[in-house]
Design a protein around this ligand. Structure first.
Ligand SMILES: NC(=O)c1ccc[n+]([C@@H]2O[C@H](COP(=O)([O-])OP(=O)(O)OC[C@H]3O[C@@H](n4cnc5c(N)ncnc54)[C@H](OP(=O)(O)O)[C@@H]3O)[C@@H](O)[C@H]2O)c1
Length: 236
């Protein structure tokens, strides 16, 4: 994968998958904007950023507030002159039985998983259009295809994101802006290892492998792929 002369924005760059996306995109030759909420987390996650002209840390991006998404995109275009792709890894998780959950929890997860993606998608469209087209890759969830017990609110929020991907892909096809999502099962993160010490981790997928799949979807080899919800559940 070669992203020389391309500019990629990574949403949720301080997270497990987001940090892997930043690393992989830089390795593939892109100039990368790492979007995060807190400057301190960005600085901790990317200690080498000050000496790296290809990496821009964009702080203050809390995507529950759409204005921060628009501000982030204009800072990226100011610095790098363009935007070619967005890899959005922002998301949150909660596990509650339906009987114990209320609409507040469902709305909170919807805002975290679908509202954030909507804000970043809307903010990125004009810049991608100006670049002559581009790609947006979100992170859905396998659990949203068939919700297991206790994941109703989470699965519903990711299912809403899946529908956002499909609708945006249909609307933006003529602009050559492709919108896709990867659907992980369980990601092999320190948090999951701590929460599920007895789990069979051979069924989990590494952040690096998911980042590769996201970059593949952002790249020219996937130029005809749009509106796809791709399970990423193999070994890797
Ligand atoms: N972990 C899994 O097993 C799993 C399985 C299926 C799907 N997924 C999805 O995969 C994606 C990445 O997972 P992960 O394990 O890498 O998650 P993670 O480590 O918790 O990272 C989540 C990232 O999202 C950011 N974020 C959360 N709310 C935000 C908001 N309102 N505005 C801006 N940024 C916000 C966090 O920023 P802060 O650092 O500021 O908190 C963090 O950078 C998520 O969308 C998740 O739902 C995960």
């Amino acid at each position: 994968m070669n992203f020389t002369n391309k500019v990629i924005a990574v949403g949720g760059a301080t997270g497990n998958l987001g940090a892997a996306c930043v690393t992989k995109a830089l390795k593939a030759g892109a100039r990368v904007a790492a979007l995060g909420r807190a400057q301190s987390s960005l600085a901790r996650t990317f200690p080498d950023a000050p000496g790296n002209d290809a990496l821009l840390l964009v702080d203050g991006v809390d995507l529950v507030d759409p204005a921060t998404a628009a501000d982030a995109i204009s800072r990226i275009v100011d610095r790098f002159g363009r935007l070619d792709a967005v890899l959005n890894t922002v998301g949150g998780f909660a596990m509650t039985p339906v009987e114990e959950s209320d609409t507040g929890e469902w709305e909170k997860l919807h805002a975290m998983n679908c509202g954030t993606a909507l804000a970043l998608t809307r903010a990125a469209i004009p810049a991608l259009r100006t670049a002559g087209g581009g790609a947006i890759v979100h992170v859905g969830a396998l659990a949203a295809l068939d919700a297991p017990a206790k994941l109703g609110a989470y699965a519903a929020s990711k299912a809403a994101l899946h529908r956002l991907v499909e609708a945006a892909a249909a609307e933006l096809r003529a602009d050559e802006i492709r919108v896709n999502a990867v659907l992980p099962g369980t990601i092999d993160t320190p948090q999951n290892r701590k929460a599920m010490p007895k789990a069979d981790t051979s069924k989990w997928v590494s952040p690096a492998a998911i980042a590769d799949a996201m970059l593949m979807l952002a790249g020219s080899e996937a130029r005809a792929v749009t509106g796809a919800l791709i399970p990423v559940t193999g070994r890797g």
